[in-house]
Every structure is written in C-alpha cells, then in structure tokens.
Design a binder for this molecule. Sequence first.
Ligand code: PHE
Length: 468
Amino acid sequence: MENTGKPREGFSSGLAVFFASLGSAVGLGNIWKFPYLTGSNGGGAFLFVYFICILFVGIPVLLCEWYIGRRTRHNAIGAFESLKPGSLWKGVGVMGVLSAYLVMFFYTCVAGWVYFYCFKALTGAFASISAESVEGLFGEVIGVGTAGQSFFSKAVLSPIFWQFIVLCVVGFGISMGVRGGIERITKTLMPLLFVLIVICDIRALTLPGAGEGIRFLFHIDFSRITPSVALSALGLAFFKLSLAMGIMITYGSYFTEDVHLFKTAGKIAFSDTLVSMLAGLAIFPTVFSFGMEPSAGPGLLFMTIPLVFSKMPFGTVLLAAFFLLTSFAATTALLSLMEVPVAFWSEEFKMSRKKATFMNCLFIGLVGITATLSVDSSSLLGGIKLFGDGFFDFYDHLSSNIIMPLGGLLIAIFVGYFSKKEDVAYELSNHGTLENGFYVRFFSFVIRYVSPALLVIILLNTIGIISF
Ligand code: PHE
C-alpha cells in the first residue's frame, strides 16, 4: 500500500485512546444483554466465566487487532494488504468491513428508537404511563401492523426519521475527524455517561426492596454454569469488545506509539464490565422493587424500564437520564463502526473524509430502512424472508453468528501462525521499550492454541455441528 505522503491523523494521547475504545465497547449490550445474562446465569459465577473468556479470547484477539492496526497505520483492509501484499488475507479485512456495515444496518435502527425514547422522556411523555400505552408506543416504534400501508404514511416514516437523525449525528461526528470528532465526543460523553449511570444507581438502590435486585445480579451460583452458558459468555466477550469488525484495527491505527496495549486492554475490559454492572444496579433493583419480572433485550429497555421508572419518585427525570446515557452508549459505539468504512473509502480511494462519510451514511440509511421496516412480522417489509429471517434478523445473525467468530478465528490464526513472532513482540513491547516479556509470551501461547480452539467451538456450535 503506497503512502500518500499526507500525515495521518490519530488520537492525541493514551487517555483519548482509552475513551475512544471504551466508547466502542460500551453500547446497547451493556444495558440490555450483559446484566440480564449475568443475573439469570449464576451472577458472580457467570462473571467469573466471562472474565476467563475475556482473558483467553477477548483480550488476545483485541491485542491482535491493535497490533495489526498500529503496526501498519492503515484501515482494516489496507492493513492486511500492507502486512501480506497480494495475499488472500485481505479477505479478513473485507469481512470486517462487511460485518461493520451489516451491524450498522440494524444498530442505527435500534439507536433511532433510543433517540426517540430519549426525546419522549425529555419532554415528559412517560409521566405516569400505563402498561398498555408503553406497549402501544413500542408497537408504533417497531411498525406493528404497517404491512400494506403506504411507505409515506406517518407510521412507516417515523422510525425511519429517527434512524436518519442517528445517522446525521454519527456522520457529523465522523466528518469532524479522528481527533476533532471521535476523540472529542468520546472524551465528553463517556464521563457524562458514567455520572448519569451513578445518579440512576443512587435512586435505584435507595428504593424499598432494592436488595432483591442486587441479589439477582450478584449471587454466586456455580451450578448454573453449563457449557451453553459458558458459550454465551464467550460470544458476549467478543461482542462486548467490538471484535472482528475492523473497528479495533482501525482504532489501533490511530494509537500513539507509547500506549501500553496490554494495560489498555485490561482497563477497557474492566471499565466496560463495570458499566454493565452499574447499569444492572440501576435496572434490577427498580424492576424488583415494583414487583416486575426481570427480562432482557428490547422488551426490557423499551417497555419494562419506562414503566417502572415512571412509577417512582423523580422517575421522569431519571428516565430522561437513563435514555440519555443509553443514547450516548449507542452513539459512541456507532462512531467506531462508521469509522471502519470511512477510513477505508477515504484512504483507498483518496476520497475526502467528508465525502466518504456522506456517501456511507446515505448507503447505510438506504439499506438500513429495510431493517427498520422488518422488525415485526406485521411491519411493512416483515413478510420478506432471507434464509428464513426478516432483513433485521438476517443482518444481525449473519454478522454476529458467522462473520464475527470466523473473522476472529482468522485474525488469531493470522497473528499466531502467519506473522513473525519478533514483529509481534516488537510492536507489543512498544519497540522494545517495555519490559513485558512475560505478557508477550503468554499472549503468543494463547493466540496460537487457546483462542482458536475456543472460537472453533463457538463456530461449530452456531452452525449446529456440535450442541450443548
Ligand atoms: N460493544 C457494543 C455493545 O456492547 C456493541 C458493538 C458491536 C459496538 C459492534 C460496535 C460494534 O453494545
């Protein structure tokens, strides 16, 4: 890959690297997936298994991606080309970019719902709302019963409108550049998100009966740890750290030379888990305090939470805080996703960053509409199936079940078996300036033997060859 001669933009400091990477890791997963999975699968015992997965698969693959990015200082596809010119390894980069697109098609849709709820919460629309109206509102958002309606009807256009708002915000941030956009936004939003979550925690933990929610989240029950639970912890570790989507390669290419990659990876994994636990502590004590059943996914975020929060004192303010922090999480995750194709298009085709951003937003918006209009089977495009799934689920399943574990496996194999050991050690020790030989040796062992084995198990399980 030839050098354009223009100095490449990058993050300004280790702190910027930390916030940007954390901004990518923290997303909807922290709120609707992680706390519930923990609570319903053995609490502390699940966390223990999750940390093992993080240690043996998450962090090693994260380090591989950062190694590839920082060593080459190229986008996800260009990086492989630069390390192995003319080889098929470029395909792994292509898979990453493809999977970033697939995730954006549906993630922008869900982020749109979050923005919409945020707007509703800020305007006080949830004050003493009933269970039926929350359900009705969510039905509206996902387009229940819009099949057969005109594309231009309000019910069809409204979720698309919010998806476009999300794209405008993310596109604006990305067009401002790596430092002026991503760095500035994540440095502001991440600390704010933390403050908002702590405020929600204080309220939740002072509710009568909060103890039951804490118990749900943190009890330790090793009897719940079955092979399939361990497998979901592994998948979660992968999704949480935004791996195999070209993101960490692209971000790694903007890292300063002095960033201690091992320490940063540990800090990101720890802080991301902390945010999930704090989110769980805001959600479950409240849910239990009002005698509701804990759940996961969209139902939790868009129905249970508005309902229980609106019932408690200062609930409307807290609900606004909660949806605001969720929209920050979704936005910073999307910034990292959008950077993947924008870096690729602007570097490989010498397109200006603004033009690359505009074109990508337009493309994602146009294809993303198919996801937005196919969430429910009675939505406008809900009847169209690709391999048995509607568009929304198809994008989700193809990226998370197939491309991500396969991409992760190939990245581990690339670094473990097809990269020079000395090169990897040189980069991970910041050109020999760090005394971290033990970590490097541990990493080399894990990436050759442990991570690939575990990733093969995930893949075989998803394709249905083995099942637990
Ligand atoms: N890590 C994010 C989360 O937990 C999800 C994500 C996946 C973000 C892929 C970007 C890319 O929600």
